[in-house]
Design a protein around this ligand. Structure first.
Ligand SMILES: Nc1ncnc2c1ncn2[C@@H]1O[C@H](COP(=O)(O)OP(=O)(O)OP(=O)(O)O)[C@@H](O)[C@H]1O
Length: 274
């Protein structure tokens, strides 16, 4: 089934998520509340916000890994029940199976789906992410950047309509990170999937996205600003940062984000001292 371009790929409508507090089991902690967020078909949306505000919580609700305590999640116009099978995920942590080669890692999901030419497709994806000659290597024989490329191939090979990314490159050095960001943009431009991208890094969010949503500090974090990123594409993430429009957008978004970051930081210090 192909996605209908007029139906949002992902829609969170008035969602909230309440946890039992980690600090005091008798208390509840509302991480996010009243969050309405839409990702259109083919749109690249980033969510930025202070540390611990609830960015991963939102992504986990979109993935169907967490049930909202209020509100609803719709995927391609249908209410989400259980795991979001139209989405592919890339998380911060390493997700490769260490006992399988790079090729076997990319093949795993395809085989699970019963794809007949899983090997050929996986080989093609490894080539696309620049690892054509590395299929027989095990994860520990690859650099951090290469492992991320394998994860990317693994995610994209399944041809999801929606890609959910939670700080996928935060563990990489700056140069490798920029290379990966450009690769993701190239692959995204070719396939135009809907992307929900979570990051701490405002520069990364602006350089990659069509739209940047700013979340407030928690508890009950919610969107407090939304910015359309009208920078021309294709973009080189390193070059685009030097353009006057980028600087202007950065200033406008940082004006909204700064206060929340300071609040989030103060909360962390308080928790640390308690
Ligand atoms: N399973 C859980 N049980 C209790 N509290 C949780 C749970 N998961 C998250 N939280 C709390 O909810 C809040 C939001 O967490 P979340 O991981 O979504 O934030 P984040 O913005 O992604 O953080 P970071 O920027 O540090 O990655 C935090 O205060 C966290 O401690």
């Amino acid at each position: 089934m192909t996605a209908d371009a007029t139906v949002p790929a992902l829609q969170l409508a008035g969602v909230a998520c309440t946890f039992i507090s980690k600090d005091d089991r008798s208390q509840r902690y509302t991480a996010v509340r009243d969050v309405t967020l839409t990702v259109g078909a083919g749109e690249f949306v980033s969510v930025v916000g202070p540390t611990g505000c609830g960015k991963s919580t939102l992504l986990n609700m979109a993935a169907g890994l967490l049930q909202p305590s209020a509100g609803s999640v719709q995927v391609l116009g249908q209410p989400l029940a259980g795991i979001n099978r139209r989405a592919g995920y890339m998380f911060q942590a390493e997700s490769l199976m260490p006992w399988r080669t790079a090729l076997a890692n990319v093949m795993a999901g395809l085989e699970f789906r019963g794809v007949a030419d899983a090997r050929t497709q996986a080989e093609a994806w490894l080539r696309r992410v620049g690892l054509g000659g590395f299929g027989d290597r095990y994860p520990h024989q690859l650099s951090g950047g290469m492992r991320k490329r394998v994860s990317l191939a693994q995610t994209l090979a399944l041809d999801p309509d929606i890609i959910l990314m939670d700080e996928p490159f935060s563990a990489l050095d700056v140069q490798t990170r920029q290379l990966m960001e450009n690769e993701v943009l190239d692959l995204w431009a070719a396939k135009r999937k809907a992307v929900l991208f979570i990051t701490h890094d405002l520069d990364e969010a602006i350089a990659m996205s069509d739209r940047v949503v700013v979340l407030s500090a928690g508890p009950a974090a919610h969107p407090i600003g939304e910015f359309s990123i009208d920078l021309e594409r294709p973009r080189d993430v390193a070059e685009v940062r030097t353009t006057p429009r980028f600087v202007e957008l950065h200033k406008a978004i940082w004006d909204v984000l700064r206060e929340e970051v300071l609040k989030g930081y103060a909360q962390q210090l308080q928790k640390g001292a308690a």
